[in-house]
Design a protein around this ligand. Sequence first.
Ligand SMILES: [Zn+2]
Length: 468
Amino acid sequence: MNKNFNIENETEELDGIQDPISEPLSDEELDLLRQSIDAQKVDRSRLAHYDNSDKAKAIRYAKKNILFVSIVAISVICIAVILIFGIVFAVRYAKSKPNTDDFVIYIGEETYIEEYDFAMREDSLYIDMRKVAIEGDLIVSGTKSTASFSTPGGQYLSFEDGSDLAIINGNKVEMGGFAEISEEFCMVPYKFLSNVLDIDGNGLRISYNSRDNTVEVKRRYNKIDGKQVFLDVFFSADDFEVITEPIDPDTLYKYNIDITPYLDSIKSEALLLVNKDKENYLGSTYTPSDLVYLECQTRDPLRDWEFQLCSDAANALYAMMLEMEQAGFTEIKITSAYRPYSYQESLFNSYVAEYKRNYGMSQAQAEAEAEKTSARPGSSEHQSGLCVDFVTDEYPKLTEEFERSEEFKWLSANAYKFGFILRYPREKEDITGYSYEPWHYRFVGREAATEIYNSGISLEEYLEDTES
Ligand SMILES: [Zn+2]
């Protein structure tokens, strides 16, 4: 295109200098100009119809701004999503972050603080069984490296220092953590203990709140006539797989004393049955062949035959009393051991004579009456030389009160290890023929004593089971 006819450019360039069109164009130039204008003409009919209504304007406005609106909307959504994720993550993180405050342990009415690092081991909470035992009224026994916790009902839990195995009522199980035992504490995994106690109606309850690091150990009780009566405590191995590998029986029993000199006697068997059943009477001539005079703490002797026992029973008794001494019980003594037929006879006859004399009874009537307070000759287990009656300085009489003594609690949990059993338990009167006698212990040998202890049966039931 000829630059002379580029009007726009020319105008700008020559503005204020001179009018380029003042000079008339030649015909030729006009022709060229026309052609140039024609060439630039647009056929408007081919263009889209331009709608100028309000609606169209609004749509055009929206279309023009849709990108901007979209960007704003997406940005808002993005920010919201980031915020939500941020909050969720922060909450989760706060939750997953363990509370490292020291533990507050509520045991009954007592409160203890346990250092976080001491109670948390390998990310698991541990609990001190010695403290739990206080609330659970458990009887604690053991050595420097072992600890046993028993209920008065004969349930027990045993731990060994550094071992991940525990014994629940004779069942060896894995705890999922290692016990640490000292004279002050016995740390065991909380989860393990919680499973052991997880029995409906159990008398001991344990709970853990990980949010504020608190543990609560509480007894359960029933209200009877306005009085709190605690429910019995039980231990269950149901949640565990019992390890059935053969166990050396000797390793199941822990002693503080050197048991070696007594072990043969403790393991010897003495299953002689003497009771009020006539066929189990000992005859007038029955005297144990191996009676020895006891060399342990006894009441002041009154008669020359007193304080004798069969030699194995005597040895086992020595071991048991030495172990008790180690546990701090120095006031326990034997008040009765062997009792000969002749003594039973003279005692019984003196009662009979008294009834005949004072009440004018016949021989049969007087004997029946005397039997209520005194055993017929031959029916006393004391003639076997296998049993003893205990008293303490605090409980010097043969009454049920003896069960309140700490010595009784110890005997309840440990006598079986020495081959002794509580011969006349509560609630077995119908079977044994005797009222509850917490002071009367009978030597039967360790194996039988353990089974009787673990199953809570009487000697009569045990012998019936082994016969059949
Ligand atoms: Zn007795």
